[in-house]
Each structure stands twice: as C-alpha cells, then as structure tokens.
Design a protein around this ligand. Structure first.
Ligand SMILES: [Zn+2]
Ligand SMILES: [Zn+2]
Length: 245
C-alpha cells in the first residue's frame, strides 16, 4: 500500500513528536498533542479575531460607518472582510503554512475562517469563490497556491464552487512581502489577466486572499475582474496587517 505524501508526512510528524517533544512556535512552550499542530491551545485561542466596529466597505477595524480612506477613494469592491489581525499566532501559522509548506495547517486555517465569519457576511450571497492566483513559476517553486488550498477547504464547507482559470497571474512579480507600500502598488500592475470572462459575467464573486497588507493585490485583481462584467465583487481575507509599511 502506498501512503499519500501528506498522510505519510503527518504520520511521521506525530511519531517524531513522541520522541522529541515539540515546542509551540509562538510562545516556545513544550506542547503535547494539541488540537492544532505547532501551536499550544493558549496561543491558538489568543488569535486576534477582528470584531466590529469596522469600516462598512474595507472592513478596517475601529472605524464607524465608512473610513476616511474609503470616503476619499472608494474601492472598486463592494465590501472587504477579514477574519484576524496579521500578527502573533496567526502570522506564525500563515508563515509556517505558506513558506515552510506545512500544508496540513490548511484545515485549521480554513476552519478558523468558517468559525469566525463576520456577522454581516454570508457565503450564500456568492456564485463563486475566486482565490487570488499565483504565477505558474511560483506555483512550481512552492508546490501549491496557499489561497487555492484555503478556497478548497472553504468550498467544501460552504458549498460555493471555486472559479479557477478565469483570472490568471500573467506576470511573475516580485513577492509583495519584499516591497514597501509604493513599490507594491507599481509591482502588481498588469499582473493579472482574464480568461473565460463569459463565466464571470453577471455573477457574484467572492475574491479570497490569505493576507491583506496594503491591499494592492486585491485592488488590482478586482480592477481586472470588472472587465468581465460581474454583478458584484466582494473580498474575504484570512488576515490583515494593521499599519503596514
Ligand atoms: Zn504557545
Ligand atoms: Zn474603509
């Protein structure tokens, strides 16, 4: 019998954790068999879930009504909502998941989204979940699109189909995380292209991304998607950096 790599990997990790006790990757406490790998139960429950009030449009916390940024320059999406603040445990977990390829974390991160949906948000409103695509070269290097895996998990729980290949990453841009605010904005221009735009026409789309930092990626994706005449575009992200550089 051949074990699938992910199951094999998890089995080995479980076995190793008996011999070499693991440390919580956030607080470094020795942990046993916790409900979420790499993180103790205390750190997991300390994830900063965003709660109201937030800007009705961009979802930034601690804003009443519409924030000054959205009032000055309204975004092209209807509304953007985020599950948690990008720091502490959530930042550690996303880093492990995305850059250290601990893909077994996807079910926990997906579950975190499902369990903490904002009170003014419902999956029922959307025809498709559209995960932000990564360039095929980056896909080859990383081995997976972290947002696509999250979308897969959410899609199973919410019964919303995923729309793949309608929006593609045409330009292999420098990683946004390596750039400052201004450079992110110019770096991402022209990164996306539409394919099969007829599938998007008159549809209600939920764009999904893992981390919202300056919003440059989401803004560019939404701008390109409007060229396909959808009815509505909203955005959901797992984490949001406050005060990004
Ligand atoms: Zn901990
Ligand atoms: Zn706003």
């Amino acid at each position: 019998m051949q074990l699938r790599p992910s199951i094999f990997h998890q089995t080995i990790e479980t076995a190793v954790s008996f011999i070499y006790p693991a440390q919580c990757r956030v607080c470094e406490k020795i942990i046993g068999i916790e409900s979420v790998p790499y993180v103790c139960d205390t750190c997991w429950t300390n994830i900063d879930i965003i709660s109201p009030p937030w800007c009705e449009i961009c979802g930034i916390p601690n804003a009443e009504g519409i924030c000054a940024d959205c009032a000055t320059k309204p975004p092209q999406y209807g509304k953007l909502r985020t599950i948690g603040i990008y720091h502490g445990t959530l930042q550690h977990l996303i880093h492990l998941y995305k850059f250290e390829k601990r893909t077994n974390l996807v079910k926990h991160l997906g579950q975190l989204i499902i369990a903490n949906l904002p009170n003014d948000f419902s999956f029922d409103e959307y025809d498709y979940i559209l995960p932000i695509p990564i360039h095929k070269k980056r896909l080859r290097e990383r081995g997976f699109n972290q947002t696509m895996l999250l979308a897969n998990h959410i899609s199973k729980m919410s019964n919303n189909p995923i729309l793949m290949d309608a929006l593609i990453r045409e330009k292999n841009t420098s990683p946004q995380s390596s750039l400052d605010r201004e450079a992110r904005q110019t770096n991402i221009i022209g990164a996306f292209a539409l394919r099969r735009s007829e599938v998007v026409r008159d549809k209600k789309l939920l764009v999904l991304d893992d981390v919202y930092t300056t919003g440059a990626t989401v803004r560019e994706a939404v701008k390109v998607l409007w060229n396909a005449d959808p009815m509505e575009i909203d955005v959901l992200t797992l984490a949001r950096a406050l005060n990004p550089v």
